[in-house]
Design a protein around this ligand. Structure first.
Ligand code: BGC
Length: 938
């Protein structure tokens, strides 16, 4: 039952749970860090075989065991904490399993059932055969697995906003249109009686588009903008909340507020009509269990009451929220509230999609920013500067007479006169309005909207606001930080910081293109290979597995996948590059998390897409392309897209090389899944494309493909399509383009940019990438930063280009820069033959005037560290490899005899095996542990 994605998600959720120590218990438990607090103890998952992972950590740093390995494990899963404490795994006792597998271990106990609690722990045997203590206990619970478990019906109010009088006045027409997009929130409530002491109370609910749940006046959970986005025609998320602490013996009340979200979404028709799913609605089931085994179910049905007269007068994600505090309804979610004026909640049509457990991290307020300045560019118009292009909303503190209305508008930039620059937001109104009730200090934060902004215009404020009148509330998927990077070069640190802000702000239960204008969609092309870089920043396993499911949900019966997923905009253009993310992103999940399951589950979708697109191949060439090498640096400051043919890359080159890459990935997946015939078929087709591309576009006299654009060189090099004898010439052509034509600056757009930094580095020209990374002249990330960017722009010339497509917070131009930073500068890489960092490569790149790098990445096995510093020709590398993994370490040196580890020659160092010299590096094999290598570099 259920779909694959949810299986994947549960695995990741559960994987974060256990941490255990392998040293004798005589050592104090001073290192027991859970890898990811947010994902601890997931409730309401709906996978039958969740995958469990644990991290083996030392209890003491004082005596390190090198080369530590798990030789066996035992997992216990029990239905109660008491049984688990007695080491009784009534659901599963794996027994002692001789295995070094410590991640992605599939649950193999009794079949799971709806609502089941699964308490678990694990112990391992180390390389010496010594057993560890049991890990701390952890928990997951099951959601409602069968459609028949749902007793609640969908309730809501299919009522549009009040119709405005017809008008010929243009401004009024616009106002009417905006009003039609913003509904008043729906408030729903129900009272119920609890007669005995409660053992457990759990709410399962789906409130569309967005919802907040209250029990006895208190909000259940701290998530916002919930549930996550899906194509509601295919899939609808429900969330599970443990509300045991909120329910009490006696009279109780449950309340839900519903906002539009993307469910009620009547936006304009450009660039495509937005999928509108209808009016907000709720399906809820609150199950109250008692000690005697009986249970009460409070379910959504027409006995609930509903009103639209509450304080949220209008809301939608893009235009903002209007809140009238005079209409607050104190006690509305408490027992005893007089709801006589509310109506009975009608039963409404179900949304269509399958109710599925939401198993991604919730969206939360993850931080607060205090303004750094406030100005008054016009009388009564105050502009706050938060100092950072952020995503979320504001918290306003204000005192004033009842009925005073304060408006907040949000923008990324200012005009020269200090007022907001709104032209690049297109039709998004980005305005929140708060009407005071006039009682003391009032605090307002919107619920059902979000904005991408650095500046906030405040109008209507009673008196003069101060810096403490407002603060920015940062809102995004609450993902654990996965890695950190710093180095001696300030521009790189600044760019890196901007990228982290940009990536983080574009998590909204999908990965969005931008957070501010009237778009905010999951454009597939923007995150294809770039997703791998994000994996070094945040734990994206669950989010991206969910997005891959969004892609599968968009697939038509003929195999076509939409360029935008979830398919709020239907873009079935059948180009190669954008939908190829459906094939490429699973490779990120495979490499970073050893997620073979996502590959298996998603495989039919990928095959179908490949087969569908193969129909467009003519003589080994596929020319289906829509966007080109999107957003190459244009030749003129006002242009969005270059008009210069020399900067553009021909569509057949983009499409054919990308399709070739997809076929190679399919060969890998098919081989992994034991589908040898498929593997041979994909490989053979790949060979045909390779031959045809070289035949048709390679120009032997020039040593380049077609017009020799940077991207036309980069892609065949990256995918290893260039005949060996010609590789150097193509590489040199690329180098000449960069040094000659673009004067040591990057000349690629979204497509070439996802590969160029690694292609150049692996070809021996890391110095050129170091130039890209440290340039502050156009085009470069440093140029953006020098011109005020605190995130990454959509366009290299984002400070001068046409505002119609010019976001200040886009992710796509990051390309493979973050991958380069981690995998090349710090040199932390996963060996693809042992995915998930079971085998690690540490291969740093000392380049340019860089004198030190500090980086770590929290893999599923634990933390991998690569720090290096250079003093003259002396290189020091500090490397940490987690237990249960091995690594190959490349120590740059001019002479192997010169290399030491912990001040001993490597030959004598414990747990270090010198393998060979390769490309001016001593290559050593190590197991887990912390190492300090020193060498003399040329
Ligand atoms: C989006 C991009 C997207 C592109 C494709 C733009 O409007 O913001 O990120 O990939 O359209 O056409």
């Amino acid at each position: 039952m259920k779909d694959y994605i949810t299986r994947r998600l549960a695995a990741v959720l559960v994987s974060a749970l256990a941490t255990l120590s392998y040293l004798p218990s005589a050592y104090a438990a001073d290192v027991v860090n859970l890898r990811c607090e947010y994902l601890k103890n997931p409730l309401g998952i709906d996978v039958e075989k969740p995958r469990l992972s644990w991290v083996i950590e030392e209890r003491s740093q004082r005596s390190e065991v090198r080369g530590q390995k798990q030789t066996a494990y035992q997992v216990l899963v029990a239905s109660t904490p008491e049984l688990l404490a007695k080491a009784k795994g009534d659901l599963w006792d794996s027994g002692k399993v001789a295995s070094d597998q410590s991640i992605q271990v599939e649950y193999a106990g009794k079949p799971v059932e709806s609502r089941m609690e699964c308490h678990w722990k694990v112990r391992v045997w180390d390389k010496g055969g010594k057993a560890s203590d049991w890990s701390k206990p952890a928990l997951w619970s099951m959601g409602l697995l069968q459609p028949s478990d749902w007793k609640g019906v969908w309730i809501g109010l299919d009522e549009p906003p009040r119709e405005m009088p017809a008008t010929t006045n243009k401004a009024m027409q616009v106002a009417n249109e905006i009003a039609s997009r913003r509904l008043a929130a729906r408030w729903l409530r129900k009272e119920f009686t609890v007669c005995h002491k409660v053992k457990r109370a759990t709410a399962y609910f789906s409130g569309l588009g967005l919802s907040e749940l209250y029990v006895n006046g208190q909000k259940a959970g701290d998530d916002v903008l919930s549930p996550g986005l899906t194509d509601y025609r295919k899939r609808v998320f429900y969330v599970t909340r443990d509300v045991t602490e909120l329910v009490r013996v006696g009279q109780n009340a449950v309340g839900v507020i519903l906002g539009n979200g993307r469910f009620y979404a009547p936006r304009g028709k450009t660039p495509a009509p937005t999928e509108d799913s209808g009016f907000p609605k709720l399906c809820l089931q609150l199950e109250v269990e008692y000690g005697d085994g009986t249970c009460d179910e409070i379910v959504s049905d027409p006995s609930w009451k509903i009103t639209t007269t509450g304080p949220i007068r209008a809301n939608n994600e893009y235009d903002g929220e209007e809140y009238d505090a005079r209409r607050e309804m104190p006690g509305w979610a408490n027992a005893g509230f007089n709801d006589a004026a509310w109506s009975s909640a009608p039963i409404v049509g179900a949304p269509g999609g399958e109710l599925t457990a939401q198993m991604i991290n919730p969206i939360r307020v993850t931080g607060t920013l205090k303004p750094i300045a406030v100005t008054e560019p016009k009388p009564g118009v105050f502009v706050f500067d938060l100092g950072q292009n952020m995503v979320g909303w504001c918290r306003l503190k204000v005192r004033g007479p009842a009925g005073t209305s304060v408006s907040l508008r949000h923008a990324e930039k200012l005009k020269p006169d200090g007022t907001l620059y709104l032209a690049n937001l297109r039709s998004a109104e980005v305005t929140d309005a708060f009407t005071l009730k006039g009682k003391g200090r009032e605090i307002y934060e919107p619920r059902f909207t979000y904005h991408g902004f650095r500046f906030v215009e405040v109008t209507g404020f009673p008196g003069k606001p101060t810096l403490t009148s407002l603060e920015g509330r940062i809102v995004n998927d609450d993902l654990a930080t996965a890695g950190e990077f710093t180095c001696s070069q300030p521009t790189i640190n600044r760019i890196y910081r901007n990228m982290v802000w940009g990536v983080r702000g574009n998590y909204r239960s999908i990965v969005t293109d931008c957070p501010q204008r009237d778009e905010r969609q999951g454009w597939l092309g923007d995150r294809s290979v770039e997703s791998k870089g994000e994996a070094y920043l945040f734990d994206i396993a669950a989010l991206y597995a969910k997005w891959v499911q969004d892609m599968a949900d968009s697939q038509r019966t003929n195999g076509s996948i939409s360029d935008v997923c979830p398919e709020y905009w239907s873009f079935h253009k059948d180009n190669v590059t954008w939908p190829s993310s459906a094939v490429i992103i699973p490779s990120t999940l495979l490499d970073q998390y050893a997620d073979t399951d996502v590959v298996a589950r998603h495989y039919p979708c990928m095959v179908k897409w490949i087969d569908h697109m193969s129909g467009y191949i003519t003589n080994g060439i596929i020319s289906k392309d829509n966007y080109g090498d999107w957003c190459v640096p244009p030749e003129e400051s006002k242009l969005i897209h270059s008009k210069d043919p020399a900067r553009k890359t021909a569509k057949p080159i983009l499409a054919t090389s990308y399709f070739y890459h997809c076929l190679k990935l399919m060969t890998r997946y098919a081989t992994l899944l034991g589908k040898t015939e498929d593997a041979a078929r994909f490989d053979a087709l790949a060979d045909q494309l390779d031959a045809a591309l070289n035949e048709k576009f390679y120009q032997p006299e020039k040593g380049c493909y077609d017009n020799g654009s940077q991207t036309a060189c980069v892609l065949p090099l990256a995918f290893d399509m260039v005949p060996a004898a010609e590789r150097e010439r193509v590489f040199n052509h690329l180098v000449e383009k960069i040094t000659g034509e673009t004067k040591d600056h990057i000349g690629t757009g979204l497509i070439g940019g996802q590969w160029i930094n690694r292609v150049l580095t692996d070809g021996g020209r890391a110095d050129l990438v170091y130039g890209f990374a440290t340039n502050t002249t156009y085009p470069s990330w440093g140029y953006m930063a020098e011109h005020g960017a605190t995130t990454v722009w959509e366009l290299w010339n984002g400070d001068t280009a046409d505002p119609s497509m010019n976001s200040g917070n886009h992710v796509m131009l990051i390309g493979d820069f973050i991958i380069w930073i981690y995998e090349r500068l710090a040199g932390i890489q996963c060996d693809p033959d042992a995915p998930g960092f079971k085998k690690i490569t540490i291969k740093p790149t000392p380049v340019g005037d860089l004198t030190w790098v500090k980086a770590h990445y929290d893999s599923l096995y634990g933390r991998i560290v690569s720090n290096w510093k250079r003093e003259g020709s002396k290189l020091t590398m500090e490397v940490t490899i987690p237990a249960d993994t091995t690594a190959t370490v490349f120590v740059p040196t001019k002479d192997a005899a010169d290399v030491t580890e912990a001040a001993k020659p490597v030959a004598k160092a414990e747990g270090v095996k010198f393998l060979r010299m390769e490309n001016k590096a001593a290559v050593c094999a190590v197991g887990s542990g912390t190492y300090r290598f020193q060498s003399t570099i040329p």
